[in-house]
Design a protein around this ligand. Structure first.
Ligand code: NAD
Length: 338
């Protein structure tokens, strides 16, 4: 397979590229990424010299560049991770979310269709389903009811993907996963923010009463799910991905403090996020029953391992917090060996 991975310099995309290069040494992987603030080529430093890995700096709304990349590398699969992904940023600046997440998706689909690719896989989110009460789970049949500009743009993208299946019979799949965590997670998101702030003895901001519930998925378990859907997903189908690891935000924060041996006094409750969904929880049964997916991490194991990763890789996140990774990206983009 020759796979175009968009957004491969981000958190999940970079973990997926590493996973695929190791599992399928014969596949060619082209990482197409705009390198926004969230894109960091340091995430892929250990694989950049592998011959069948290539990086192309570009925007997914740039039709010509996407098309020439697809043709040049004889791409037959597109996996779209590229997105503006931070809910708080979408509240302040929704426009870029619509551009990248909706128009970008449509651009990739168009180019893919014109070039007869075999599979288009859209990486979506459980946030498109909206919020749950205290009970119940999101299934693939749950109506879309997004509440933030981020989740609305992802829901819009999902509908465009579906329309390419219904209208053009293009071989598409959508995966909708719960909150991911693990190595190379940008430290603006809850788990890496709390770990890195706690290591530096800084305040740990917790929204509202801290009782919002999220269903956590280790990024490596997510990668194995995407791999399965890529190879075995039924055309046109949506698959939910989640590890039945529901936890209240405050318990995640306290768990991290326990692993680091730090005091709860660092916790600071801050004003709640606007439109903050109360609970997300995924029913992953379709993926388990139809494709035989299994998750391997419990939240306790995964969180402990993640805390250790951030403790052992402080230079990686300190470069982000100080802004130095931007210079690293620049050097890599000028490096003709990439
Ligand atoms: P991320 O923010 O870490 O990475 C996004 C990547 O996309 C970055 O490398 C960025 O440079 C790139 N990008 C942004 N705009 C682009 C554009 N216009 N053209 C090309 N590249 C562009 O995101 P992530 O956490 O790795 O999430 C990846 C995907 O998974 C997203 O689509 C997101 O909606 C989805 N998702 C993430 C989570 C999660 O917990 N992280 C949960 C559910 C779904």
């Amino acid at each position: 397979m020759n796979i175009l991975v968009t957004g491969g310099a981000g958190f999940i995309g970079s973990n997926f590229i590493r996973f695929m290069l190791k599992k399928y040494p014969g596949y060619k992987i082209v990482n197409f990424d705009k390198l926004t603030y969230a894109g960091n080529l340091e995430n892929l430093k250990d694989v950049e010299s592998i011959l069948n890995y290539q990086f192309v700096k570009g925007d997914i709304i740039d039709v010509q560049l996407v098309e020439s990349t697809v043709k040049q590398h004889k791409i037959n699969c597109i996996i779209n991770f590229a997105a503006e992904s931070h809910v708080d940023r979408s509240i302040n600046d929704p426009a870029i979310f619509v551009k990248t997440n909706v128009l970008g998706t449509q651009t990739l689909l168009d180019v893919g269709y014109r070039n007869n690719i075999q599979k288009y896989l859209q990486i979506s989110t459980d946030e498109v389903y909206g919020s749950l009460g205290e009970k119940g789970y999101f299934t693939e049949e749950t109506p879309l009811s997004p509440n933030s500009p981020y989740s609305a743009s992802k829901a819009g993208a999902d509908l465009i993907v579906k329309s390419y299946y219904e209208t053009y019979k293009m071989n598409v799949n959508i995966t909708r996963c719960s909150n991911n965590y693990g190595p190379y997670h940008f430290p603006e998101k809850l788990i890496p923010l709390i770990i890195t702030n706690a290591i530096e003895n800084k305040e740990l901001p917790v929204y509202g009463d801290g009782l919002h519930v999220r269903d956590w998925l280790h990024v490596k378990d997510h990668c194995s799910a995407i791999d399965l859907v890529l190879h075995e997903g039924t055309p046109g189908e949506v698959y939910n991905v989640g590890g039945h690891n529901e936890k209240r935000n405050i318990d995640i924060v306290k768990g991290i403090l326990k692993y680091l041996g730090k005091s709860d006094e660092l916790i600071k409750y801050v004003e709640d996020r606007k439109g903050h969904d109360r609970r997300y929880a995924i029913d992953p049964n379709k993926l388990i029953k139809e494709l035989g997916w299994e998750h391997t991490y419990t939240l306790n194991e995964g969180l402990k391992e993640t805390v250790k990763w951030y403790s052992d890789n402080q230079q990686w996140w300190k470069n982000i917090k100080s802004g130095e990774y931007v210079a690293f990206n620049q050097v890599k983009c000028n490096d003709k060996s990439l």
